[in-house]
Design a protein around this ligand. Sequence first.
Ligand SMILES: [Zn+2]
Ligand SMILES: [Zn+2]
Length: 124
Amino acid sequence: MWNCDWEHQNQDILKRNYERQIRGEYKPVTPIRRIICEGCGRVFYTRIWSKKYCYYKKCGNIGYRKQLQQRRLMAPPRIQVCKCCGRPFIPKRSDALYCSNACRQRAYRQNVTDKSSGQGDHLI
Ligand SMILES: [Zn+2]
Ligand SMILES: [Zn+2]
């Protein structure tokens, strides 16, 4: 059985076989690959073709989280349209609604006036 758990516990055997494979003394049906774990960055020997991590249960999640982080860093800046003046801008915060403090304040003041006039309507 060549599975994840076995490989994790028998790296020394795989390493020895890998070296023999390089020297041509060992020709397995499934060649052993020398990979760098995407989670912890350690060298790992494996015969599982899809393997990316030394031990999925340990590093699979770390690698996944790293990938997510990278994807987030690589994502282009989101462009938002200012709710006050309508100009496009790149928000510093994901929940930013206005391009500048001036616009935010103007909108806030407008909001306050709207509310007070709204209350007036409500009274009538
Ligand atoms: Zn690892
Ligand atoms: Zn604005």
